[in-house]
Design a protein around this ligand. Structure first.
Ligand SMILES: NC(=O)c1ccc[n+]([C@@H]2O[C@H](COP(=O)([O-])OP(=O)(O)OC[C@H]3O[C@@H](n4cnc5c(N)ncnc54)[C@H](OP(=O)(O)O)[C@@H]3O)[C@@H](O)[C@H]2O)c1
Length: 469
């Protein structure tokens, strides 16, 4: 019997996705560039699942029922192109390749074009949820043609995470829409992680709490409106002890945050499309700053932080909770606006509430507040602040956020995610920004012209009469 589907790339994600598919009753053929990885997978992890291992890519393709459906879970970038090139000689028009890696959406756009010309169907599919998600139910964000999606819809719906709003998978939109949405998902993820880290920083260095105490607070928050995967893992992390030293695990981890690029791509795309995503941008920047450990250590000896201890109180904890909620909402707000703009610009035809629906489960940014956002988001107010309800939600927490920011400033704690959320809100709700002065400066030194408030047209004046001759 031929396999229903094939999967290439047996690192952590590929192994778990293959097992997930097989456990839903499908026969899966697998292949990996390095044979040893395939052997280890079969030996250590495959039990009763119908998984057929192949060590020759031609035989792997031949083992699949037609039209063939092949998921790639290989490293993003050149490995995806290399694997597609190796597959092409054995594929026929109508066969389908699904790239489930974190590919850049422009690469997906190019691959979609190139494969279309050869009659090969292509889906660029964002997969979120890490290795556990891949095994037990990820959030899946496939984009491409509807015809291609129809070929694998049944399988994808079965393997995806389930919520009270159905499986966390939908046809996201045209061409590279799936990878664009996954990229923004990761940008939001970076931002929420940064905001949580800022709260942790205040708890550690101003409130002088130990990780166990922090863990209890995060656990309580997870029962309320902050309920989310990232808050849940945070309280579990803060509780974990290092087996070697007995110290809290978080205390023995070096403060240098790595990144694989999806947050940076989100900021780059936002800057290219002209959509403000300040909190996402700063979350990326803060990871970069974290890397300059030696420089930070040197500078910390040249500047003594002025820092006091602030006692824990119920009011303060409520303020921190509200400030975090504000920052999370701002992160989603910025991300949704970016997706909306990309959908218009690239004709993706993305259904915004539907994207939020598939983020309710399986993925890293799943959070209770997504339900609230879903009720209010539309293309008319994709920036979310366009709805009165959203403004009220933020306004209700504004005083808390201000108090937390003041405390951070007074105690010299960097809080880029929370302060940028505040500034984003303040700029977006400002009827009259000081950009008129910037326009005057531009016109002064570069004759860049300006618009007037009292008549149509663009104008330039000689700002220093007689200076330039
Ligand atoms: N890890 C996560 O939590 C996560 C979550 C969501 C999405 N993703 C994305 O899912 C994809 C897979 O992630 P991963 O963490 O499981 O693995 P990974 O470390 O990103 O990639 C390793 C896999 O890529 C293959 N590979 C590397 N270079 C290759 C080449 N030139 N030709 C063919 N195959 C090549 C490796 O084969 P060999 O064994 O031969 O080296 C291995 O199967 C990535 O795009 C990743 O960004 C990962």
């Amino acid at each position: 019997m031929k396999s229903h589907i094939g999967l290439i790339g047996l690192a952590v994600m590929g192994q778990n996705l293959a097992l997930n598919i097989a456990r839903k009753g499908y026969k899966v053929s697998v292949y990996n560039r390095t044979a040893q990885r395939t052997e280890m997978f079969v030996k250590n992890r495959v039990r009763n699942e119908e998984i057929e291992a192949h060590y020759d890519i031609k035989k792997f393709v031949e083992s699949l029922e037609k039209p063939r459906k092949i998921i790639l879970m290989v490293k993003a970038g050149k490995p995806v192109d290399d694997t597609i090139s190796q597959l092409l000689p054995y594929l026929e028009p109508g066969d389908l390749i699904i790239d489930g890696g974190n590919s850049h959406y422009m690469d997906t756009e190019r691959r979609y074009e190139e494969l279309s010309k050869k009659g090969i169907l292509f889906l660029g599919m964002g997969v979120s949820g890490g290795e556990r998600g891949a095994l037990h139910g990820p959030s899946l964000m496939p984009g491409g043609s509807k015809e291609a999606y129809a070929l694998v819809e049944e399988i994808l719906l079965k393997i995806a995470a389930k919520t009270d709003d159905g499986p966390c998978c939908t046809y996201v939109g045209e061409r590279s829409a799936g990878h664009f949405v996954k990229m923004v998902h990761n940008g939001i993820e970076y931002t929420i992680m940064q905001a949580i880290a800022e709260i942790y920083h205040i708890m550690r260095d101003v409130m002088k709490l130990v990780p166990e105490e922090m863990s209890q607070i995060f656990e309580e928050w997870n029962k309320g409106e902050l309920n989310s995967f990232l808050i849940e893992i945070t309280y579990k992390i803060l509780r974990k002890k290092d087996e070697e030293t007995g110290r809290p695990m978080v205390d023995v981890i070096l403060d240098k945050a790595e990144q694989k690029g999806t947050g940076k791509w989100t900021s780059q795309a936002a800057l290219d499309l002209g959509i403000p995503t300040p909190s996402i941008n700063l979350a990326v920047v803060e990871r970069i700053i974290s890397h300059f450990k030696n420089e930070r250590v040197k500078l910390s000896k040249l500047y003594n932080k002025k820092r006091n201890t602030v006692q824990k109180s119920d009011n303060l904890i409520k303020d921190l909770e509200n400030a975090l909620f504000f920052a999370m909402l701002a992160a989603f707000s910025q991300g949704m606006w970016l997706i909306a703009e990309a959908s218009e610009e690239f004709n993706y035809n993305i259904d915004l509430p539907e994207v939020l629906r598939i983020w309710k489960g399986g993925c890293i940014i799943r959070a209770r507040l997504i339900d609230t956002i879903r009720k209010h988001v539309s293309y008319n107010n994709a920036y979310l602040l366009g709805s009165k309800e959203m403004i009220s939600l933020l306004e209700d927490r504004l005083d808390s956020l201000k108090r937390v920011l003041r405390m951070a400033v007074d105690n010299e704690i960097p809080v880029p995610a929370m302060s940028s959320a505040y500034n984003y809100f303040m700029s977006m709700t400002e009827e009259k920004l000081p950009a008129n002065l910037i326009q005057a400066q531009r016109d002064f030194f570069g004759a860049h012209m300006f618009q007037r408030i009292d008549k149509e047209g663009v104008f330039h004046i000689d700002w220093e009469e007689g200076e330039i001759v």
